[in-house]
Design a protein around this ligand. Structure first.
Ligand SMILES: [Zn+2]
Ligand SMILES: [Zn+2]
Length: 214
């Protein structure tokens, strides 16, 4: 199945300019089988997302994009602490090693090779330096590409993955209409909920797919 693991709706993510209806229309048009909604530091109530999924006739799986001390981390599955209390990356890894929840590192090199870093004239780290970051091996998969990352980030991420291979996912990180599904993830089995998805991600059964060229 094809699934987009990373998308934001307004107003739950105040950086987003798109609605759930538009995200689903875009994902459906590109032939996806499911879409994860991953707002910043807040989750959709399970029953509300399930209702929306029924109304729209499209599988929607809840996740969350947590802000931690090392940057954003995508989380699929339950968390023990309330989200408002926050997590350090170390706390997140310690808890999810026990709980079976899956962690994905989105836009992994944004801070060092993204648009802002490039404009500031920052010299990016080497692929080996990126691959040596603790978060590189502590998460279950790396987001290889999205609509929110630039070519220099995709290239550095791919080079670091060649140095230290990890399971990879693609995801739109959609913040606007017509973006959902442009990058997505292929899973070898059908999943219908966050726990099934977490199991597949933790098993490394993911592959990054790009459906549309720029
Ligand atoms: Zn992010
Ligand atoms: Zn995001």
């Amino acid at each position: 199945m094809l699934i987009d693991l990373h998308a934001h709706t307004a107003p739950r993510s105040n950086c987003s300019r798109t609605t759930l209806d538009e995200l689903v229309a875009s994902a459906r048009r590109r032939g996806l089988d499911a879409l994860c909604i991953t707002e910043h530091d807040v989750r959709w109530p399970d029953d509300e997302l399930a209702d929306a999924s029924r109304t729209l006739g499209f599988p929607l799986i809840p996740g969350v994009e947590l802000s931690t001390d090392i940057g954003h981390v995508l989380v699929f599955g339950p968390l023990e602490r309330p989200l408002w209390s926050g997590y350090t990356f170390e706390q997140l890894v310690e808890e999810t090693e026990r709980s079976g929840t899956a962690l994905v590192l989105p836009h992994p090199v944004r801070r060092v090779a993204g648009e802002r870093a490039r404009r500031a004239g920052r010299v990016p780290p080497t692929p080996a330096e990126v691959a040596a970051w603790p978060q590189w091996s502590a998460v279950h998969a790396i987001e290889a590409a999205s609509t929110q990352t630039i070519a220099a980030e995709h290239e550095l991420t791919a080079a670091a993955l060649a140095v230290a291979p990890r399971p990879r996912v693609g995801a739109s990180d959609a913040h606007g209409p017509d973006l959902a599904g442009r990058f997505c993830t292929r899973l070898s089995v059908d999943v219908r909920d966050a726990s099934g998805l977490a199991t597949e991600i933790r098993a490394g059964h993911t592959d990054a797919v790009r459906l549309d060229p720029d």
